[in-house]
Design a binder for this molecule. Structure first.
Ligand SMILES: *Cc1c(COP(=O)(O)O)cnc(C)c1O
Length: 341
């Protein structure tokens, strides 16, 4: 039985034994009464880390974005968002379904940013024909890409001029900070609220955090309750997040390094049409869906899991070491030239 190598996503990591021990040992209380000491400590730690007054544990990144959008926007309000951003495209329409918030999606540029002119053009006039444009939703990293700071500064300036709030989906904000050398509080400082995922590459089984002003988080607690995210002895989860902050953030640099190594190796393989790499994500073009699907099937038989299709996203993470990268390059190098292109 070969060891499984799973490159489909950085969500597949499992808690390491020491993280499980920290979870088992965590002091807990009822977090809906704000009485879980481990949750309270992690919320305070993350608030300080991202430079916000307060923070709140949520069960998932999707719940964090939903609660954030509902805290910024009321029924009949609108948020402007990239059409390929998670908070529009990958959250099952939750903002519209549960929040009665109108999304205004706009194109995403190749570097993951939005064109400021596109944002401005979509802000609605303030009369009764229109939804009230309230919020700009950003995402850093997007598809592994780190948002340039000049864009973040420009978007913040625009939002201030137009009276919009800014929410940053920072599911992988630690990756952006590590890759750019810019601190997370500086990156989060361009937004009024930020959400962070601890189950993306950081190895926790569950858990996300949203942060913002104390007043904003107090209102967000009500929406979290409505969204079913008021958890009880959640210190078990918060302890895993605390462990991840201590042990799994700085090492994200290794994931980025391995992604670069993987990309460099892939470029030498015949049958590879194009490769790009950003932070911990490698995008591989194998020319057709048929080839990509056949490659997925072949590798699966050898204990290597990848997504199929023509454009394959390979994601490095905590459970991918140098030997795994070598094995993947060896097996793709063996199969891809034989699958035809
Ligand atoms: C994964 C992810 C989320 C949240 O997803 P969950 O599956 O709910 O944890 C939000 N935004 C981005 C950019 C993500 O990659």
């Amino acid at each position: 039985m070969v060891t499984e190598i799973d490159l489909r996503s950085d969500t597949v990591t499992r808690p390491v034994p020491a993280m499980r021990e920290a979870m088992a040992a965590a002091p807990v209380g009822d977090d809906v009464y704000s009485e879980d000491p481990t949750v309270n400590a992690v919320e305070a730690r993350v608030a300080a880390l991202v430079g916000k007054e307060a923070a709140m544990l949520v069960s998932s990144g999707t719940q964090g974005n939903l609660v954030s959008l509902m805290t910024h926007c009321q029924r009949g309000d609108e948020y402007i968002v990239g059409q390929y951003y998670h908070s529009y495209r990958h959250e099952a329409g939750g903002a519209a379904v549960l929040g009665s918030i109108q999304p205004q999606p706009i194109p995403v540029q190749d570097d993951g940013t939005l064109a400021l002119a596109d944002i401005r053009a979509m802000i609605k006039p303030g009369d009764a024909h229109f939804a009230r444009t309230r919020l700009l939703a950003l995402e850093n990293t997007w598809s592994g890409r780190v948002m340039p700071e000049e864009f973040l500064a420009g978007a913040q300036q625009l939002a201030r001029e137009e009276g919009l709030g800014v929410h940053l989906d920072g599911a992988r904000l630690f990756n952006a900070a590590i890759a750019s050398g810019v601190t997370v509080d500086r990156l989060a400082g361009y937004a009024d609220s930020v959400s962070l995922c601890f189950s993306k590459g950081l190895g926790t089984p569950i858990g996300s955090i949203v942060a913002g002003s104390a007043e904003w988080v107090a209102r967000a607690r009500r929406w979290r309750r409505i969204a079913g995210g008021g958890m009880r002895q959640a210190g078990i989860v918060a302890a895993a997040m605390d462990y991840a902050l201590d042990h799994h953030v700085a090492r994200l640099a290794e994931d980025h390094e391995r992604a670069r190594g993987l990309a460099a190796g892939l470029e030498t393989i015949s049958g590879v049409h194009a490769v790009t790499v950003h932070t911990n994500m490698v995008h591989l073009d194998v020319g057709s869906d048929t080839v990509g699907d056949a490659l997925r099937e072949r590798l699966a038989q050898e204990g290597i899991r990848i997504a199929g299709g023509r454009h394959i996203r390979l994601v490095t993470h905590l459970d991918i070491d140098d030997a795994a990268i070598d094995a993947v390059l060896d097996r793709i190098g063996s199969w891809l030239p034989r699958l035809g292109y």
